[in-house]
Design a protein around this ligand. Sequence first.
Ligand SMILES: [Zn+2]
Length: 87
Amino acid sequence: MRNYYVSKRTEPDGSHDVHHNQCIFMPHSANEVIYLGKYEDCNGALAASREHFEATQGCFFCSYECSPKNPEHVYSQKETFRTIDGK
Ligand SMILES: [Zn+2]
């Protein structure tokens, strides 16, 4: 189980990144993140993050399996992300 957080920072694509507490890319200030809770993997955390922000995604580095940049991840909200490796 890991502690997961969602960043309050809006990414250029309009979404918010979900990180676990050991990620070096998580914002350092507690004011910049919302604590989501303990989860086995990023899937539960991602679901919880949607209660705070409409568009969220797993961090590419710490939650790769939930990142839209992972071509195997079926991302329901933003189909366009899947085209990165989809050609
Ligand atoms: Zn991360």
